[in-house]
Design a protein around this ligand. Structure first.
Ligand code: GDP
Length: 342
């Protein structure tokens, strides 16, 4: 299919076309990269905007149950819901998140929903770009809400927080020790801390856990992008589908306030700048992986190890070779430093 035809199908909200388009942006083949850039470009003119909701939590906390219940609730309210996954740990046993067909069974059959499992064999840098582009495609396809799921391990939460408008952290009911297990950095980016499984025997523990987190949140620095009372902690039962309407209404409160005060646009602008810098970093790192760069690096490493040169001089030599236009020694010459340096 031609890119313009594919773009039109995506704009028309065709889910199969959307799936194909995401496959295209996930591909690392150079011709596919070029085609996906053209596709993203063709779609960029439309200004459709979804609410991007990041969701993180450790395995077993109930992410897929929550997405199933929450997604169905939104879909039944007439919204179109897309679900994407960020799973950097492709080495994980048991397959990638969302990969299991039995997960989110009802939601995946709903005509207003679109669920995309995470691709395997991707590193975090590639995952971020692929997810960013997949989000853009879902927005172009007219989805109202894009849920971005990630497991709460490593850096993936930070990546997802930088990709979303609202970030939810899902937790299980637990004793006080658990609180320390949540990294401070994650608490700082969470907009809502949701204690799941507030049902049956676990209900009392969930309420206590929620109060603990509410206390911990009050100790955090007030963020300029928040209205009064945020970030918030709350309890839900994804299984019994209770508290989910509360989650949605808090998200709406936050989103409306941020939109009215210009914070929404500011946050997206900041994220765009972040990803621009991140792309540069990734491209430079990729350049360092090229065979010639690797050979040179291996040679210089040996010289550093044997003491023939210093780490700094070796780094300068490598940069000079790979990027003569930004050569350090050139700069030094023009300052007349190179000659004076013994
Ligand atoms: P994920 O690994 O975070 O996606 O977690 P799952 O959604 O697969 O859920 C893990 C387990 O917790 C499953 O056995 C679910 O049935 C259970 N679970 C999920 N949500 C709830 C809930 O609200 N209450 C209770 N009691 N169990 C739940």
């Amino acid at each position: 299919m031609e890119i313009t035809a594919l773009a039109q199908e995506v704009l028309a909200g065709n889910r199969r076309a959307l799936a194909r388009a995401i496959t295209l942006v996930e591909s690392t083949r150079p011709d596919h990269r070029a085609a996906s850039a053209a596709l993203i470009d063709a779609l960029s003119a439309q200004k459709r905007e979804a609410i991007r909701i990041g969701l993180s939590g450790t395995p077993g906390v109930g992410k897929s149950t929550f997405i199933e219940s929450f997604g169905l609730m939104l879909a039944e309210q007439g919204m179109r819901v897309a679900v994407l996954a960020v799973d950097p740990s492709s080495a994980r046993t048991g397959g990638s998140i969302l990969g299991d067909k039995t997960r989110m069974e009802q939601l995946s059959r709903h005509p207003s929903a679109f669920i995309r499992p995470s691709p395997s064999q991707t590193h975090l840098g590639g995952v971020a770009r692929r997810t960013r582009e997949a989000i853009a495609l879902c927005e172009a396809a007219g989805f109202d809400v894009v849920l971005i799921e990630t497991v709460g391990v490593g850096q993936s939460e930070t990546v997802v927080a930088e990709l979303s408008d609202v970030f939810l952290l899902l937790l299980a009911p637990a004793g006080g020790d658990e609180l320390q297990g949540v990294k401070r950095g994650i608490m700082e980016v969470a907009d809502l801390i949701i204690v799941n499984k507030a049902d049956g025997d676990l209900k009392a523990t969930a309420t206590r856990t929620c109060a603990d987190y509410a206390g911990a949140l009050r100790l955090l620095r007030r963020r300029p992008e928040d209205p009064d009372g945020f970030p918030k902690a709350m309890t839900v039962s994804a299984l019994e589908q209770s508290g989910l309407d509360n989650v949605w209404s808090e998200i709406r409160t936050l989103v409306d306030w941020r939109r009215e005060t210009g914070r929404w646009a500011r946050r997206r602008a900041d994220q765009a700048r972040h990803w621009f810098h991140e792309e540069i970093r990734q491209m430079l790192l990729a350049r360092l992986q090229s065979p010639d760069a690797q050979r040179l690096s291996a040679k210089l490493s040996e010289e550093v190890e044997s003491g023939t040169t210093t780490p700094t001089l070796a780094a300068v030599a490598l940069i000079d070779q790979l990027w003569p236009e930004i050569s350090h020694s050139k700069g030094a010459e023009s300052l007349d430093l190179a000659r004076d340096t013994p």
